[in-house]
Design a protein around this ligand. Structure first.
Ligand SMILES: [Fe+2]
Length: 456
C-alpha cells in the first residue's frame, strides 16, 4: 500500500496521501496549506480526488475545504455535521473510491463525532486511519470539549478501541494523526516520532490499553490531564462551519512604517517579534511580544495571543515570510496586519525608543529568583532547586501572584522564557532576565543537582 506521510513537527501531527491505484489520491486529515498534499500527489502523478477528516480538529484548521476547491470530494463522519458540501458517512457506511473501499468506523472518545476509516481491497483490510483515537503507545485526550465531558468520552474511547479497533487484524497497519512528535492532543507522550503502528503492537504494548478494565483505563487517562493551548477552544467550530478558502493565494504581509506600527500598537494590535531571541534581547519595540519563528511558533502564538486580535510582525531580513503566514493560518489566525518595513533598523531610525532584555549564560551568577516557565510535567521531572514555576501559557494571568523582585526566567532552551519575559515586561515588571539554556546547562555549570517534584 502506497501511503505518503506528511508530518507537522510543530503540532506533532501526521496526515496522509493514499495512492488509490487509479491515478487518484485520498488525503487524510490534511492541514490548511494544500501545497504539501498537492506536491506529494504530483510526485506520484496522482490527483487528490478525496479528502477525509477523522474529527473536528481542535489543533489545526483542516485543509479539506481548500482541497475541495481544487476538485476533491470531502468525506467526514455524519455526526460532524459539517456546514459545507461533503459526503457524511454513518457508522459502517462504505464509500467506493474506485476499486478500493473506505469504511467509516464510529470511534467516539477523543471527540464525540470521531470517525476512523478502514481502507479495504475487497474484503481485505489494507490500513486503518485512527486520527485521534488509537495512537502509538498512547490514546488521544478526551477533555478538550471541557472537563465535564472528559469522563463520558473516556468511557466511549475505551469501547471504541476495545470493541471496534481491536477487532481488526493484528497485522493491520495503523495510521494515526496525533503523535508525530510532541502533541498536546495525546493523553501522554506517544512512542517516538513515527506515529505509525499496528493493531497487534497496541494490543500488546499500549500502556493505557493494558488496563484490566474500563474503570482503570478511565482513571489512568484522566490522571494524565495537562494544559493545552488556548486556541484549541475555537477551532472545532471553525472546522465545522468551514474555514475561509484562500485558493493557493495566501495573504502576504504588507509593509508598515514604524509610525504606523506604533499607532496600531496603541490601538490594541499585537506586535509580535519573531526574530531569534538574542536579537529581540538586544533591542525591540517596547510592548512587543517575542515568539521566535520555529516549528513550535504556532502553538505559542495560539496560546498567548487571542485568535481574533490583529497582529503585526517584526522579522529579520532573512526569515521566511511564507512560513510565518502558513503557521498563522494553520491555527486560524487571519488578521495579519503586516510587518514593520525595514525591521528594527527602521524603528531605530524613526527614533521611537526601544527596550532591551538581559540574557544570562548558564555559568553566570544569578541573584534573582528563578522562574521556570516549562510545562508542569517538565518541571516535575527535574528542576533547579528553589525555582518557582508557572507554565508559560498561564503566566499572563498568574503574573500578579508572582513574588516581587527580580526574576530570571528559563525554559528548556530560552525561547519560551523570552516570550514569558516579554509578557511580564509589558506589564511593567522590572529586573527581568532570561537564562540562555535549560536546567541541565545550569546544573552542569553550577555543579548542583536538579531536583524532581511538585512546586512548593
Ligand atoms: Fe484531535
Amino acid at each position: 500500500m502506497d501511503i505518503g506521510t506528511i508530518v507537522d513537527e510543530g503540532l506533532g501531527n501526521a496526515s496522509y496521501v493514499v495512492d488509490l491505484g487509479d491515478g487518484r489520491a485520498l488525503a487524510v486529515d490534511p492541514e490548511r496549506d494544500p501545497g504539501p498534499y498537492l506536491e506529494e500527489a504530483a510526485r506520484r502523478d496522482l490527483r487528490v480526488a478525496f479528502t477525509a477528516d477523522t474529527h473536528l480538529h481542535n489543533d489545526f484548521v483542516s485543509g479539506s475545504r481548500d482541497l475541495q476547491e481544487l476538485g476533491a470530494t470531502v468525506l467526514a463522519g455524519s455526526e460532524a455535521h459539517l456546514e459545507f458540501p461533503h459526503r457524511g458517512l454513518r457508522d459502517g457506511e462504505e464509500m467506493d473510491l474506485g476499486g478500493l473501499t473506505l469504511r467509516a468506523l464510529a470511534t467516539p472518545g477523543h471527540t464525540p463525532e470521531h470517525t476512523s476509516y478502514l481502507l479495504l481491497d475487497g474484503s481485505r483490510s489494507l490500513a486503518v486511519f485512527t486520527g485521534g483515537s488509537l495512537l502509538r503507545g498512547s490514546v488521544a485526550r478526551t477533555d478538550l470539549l471541557g472537563p465535564e465531558r472528559a469522563e463520558p468520552l473516556a468511557r466511549a474511547l475505551y469501547r471504541s478501541v476495545r470493541d471496534r479497533l481491536f477487532g481488526l487484524p493484528d497485522d493491520l497497519a495503523v495510521y494515526p494523526t496525533h503523535g508525530a512528535g510532541a502533541t498536546f492532543c495525546a493523553a501522554a507522550p506517544t512512542d517516538g516520532t513515527d506515529p505509525r503502528t499496528t493493531i497487534g503492537r497496541e494490543k500488546g504494548q499500549n500502556p493505557f490499553l493494558l488496563a484490566p478494565d474500563e474503570d482503570t483505563f478511565v482513571r489512568d487517562l484522566l490522571a494524565n490531564r495537562t494544559s493545552y493551548p488556548r486556541y484549541f477552544r475555537n477551532l472545532r467550530e471553525v472546522n465545522r462551519r468551514g474555514p475561509t478558502v484562500y485558493g493557493g493565494r495566501a495573504p502576504s504581509l504588507g509593509p508598515l512604517r514604524a509610525a504606523d506600527v506604533r499607532r496600531l500598537l496603541g490601538e490594541g494590535t499585537e506586535v509580535i517579534d519573531v526574530r531569534p531571541v538574542e536579537e529581540f534581547a538586544a533591542g525591540h519595540v517596547p510592548g512587543a511580544l517575542s515568539i521566535e519563528l520555529r516549528p513550535a511558533f504556532a502553538t505559542w502564538l495560539g496560546w498567548v495571543v487571542p485568535g481574533d486580535r490583529p497582529v503585526v510582525f517584526v522579522l529579520s531580513e532573512h526569515q521566511d515570510r511564507m512560513e510565518l503566514v502558513r503557521q498563522c493560518l494553520k491555527i486560524g489566525f487571519e488578521r495579519l496586519a503586516g510587518e514593520l518595513a525595514g525591521g528594527m533598523a527602521a524603528w531605530r531610525e524613526a527614533g521611537l525608543g526601544e527596550a532591551r532584555l538581559s540574557l544570562v549564560q548558564p555559568g553566570e551568577a544569578v541573584e534573582a529568583t528563578f522562574l521556570d516557565v516549562r510545562q508542569r510535567a517538565e518541571f516535575e521531572a527535574a528542576h533547579i532547586p528553589e525555582a518557582i514555576h508557572t507554565e508559560l501559557g498561564s503566566l499572563d494571568e498568574m503574573a500578579d501572584s508572582l513574588p516581587p523582585g527580580p526574576l530570571t526566567l528559563h525554559c528548556g532552551h530560552g525561547e519560551r522564557a523570552v516570550t514569558g519575559a516579554s509578557l511580564l515586561e509589558r506589564r511593567g515588571w522590572e529586573g527581568l532576565a532570561v537564562l540562555l539554556g535549560g536546567p541541565r546547562d545550569w546544573s552542569r555549570t553550577a555543579g548542583r543537582a536538579l531536583v524532581p517534584g511538585r512546586p512548593a
